[in-house]
Ligand binder design. Sequence first.
Ligand SMILES: [Zn+2]
Length: 282
Amino acid sequence: MMKNKVYVFFTYPRELGRTGEMLSKELLLKIGRADLAKKPKLLRTYILEYYEDDPMLDLVRAELKWLKENKHFGFSERIERIYTKREIMTAKLLWLAFEIAPKGKGGPLYGTQYDLSKACSNCGAGAVQISPLYLKPSGIKYGKKAFPTYSGEILFYPDLCQDLLNSGLRGFHFGKVLSYKTHKPLPWMQLNTDFELPRMSDETKGFIRVDKESEAPCPVCDRDSRIFTNKEPQEYHYLSDDLDVEKIPHISHTYERITKSRIGDPFETSYLHRLCISLNPM
Ligand SMILES: [Zn+2]
């Protein structure tokens, strides 16, 4: 049975110094986390994890609310759904998420070319990349086999590309990643997906629309400006009339774009390419 897990983050303000450390330790002892209280703490932030139905969570929230109001502690939560292996294996569609932070900036910034003929004329959402991906290689060093960029491209190291190509999965191809300066290949390949899912249904959870005017959804296509919320787990919903999961490829991308799309002037400042990748385990 799937369960929700709540990650509780708290930080004491730097100005509190030793008092902040003592208050944090007192709280940790009170909630039965002597293990955390004992550890020397270099940063001022602690992370606690509870299943949503754990009675301890109410006590932790009450204590932290008091510390926030009276001692200016920082306190926030993120909620995630924890699925069993069986639930993951039997899901019709999965969303590919990375636990590691993005590296590098792609999009049109370093000269990557796009076909805008099928894109929204107002914001550019739906632009199709038609050249290798050009990146500034400095600073993009990663021991991981795959990672996302800040602009939403997903990069793979060649050995993992080969594993994926040998797997028999359909719906994707790999594109070259080149240095914008030398146009020489960099040690990654870009995962490109061929199939676009239909629009998600209104039942979709875990996203909010941005209410800042400069970041508001495009009034023409309404595809962009979705951001994840910490308050509920992400859950994509599609209408079965719109989507026959038996017929779609193993790997596809969403119609929706996560953050604001825009066509910039000059074009290199555009923001076009934030996709979500979905996996169909059928
Ligand atoms: Zn648009």
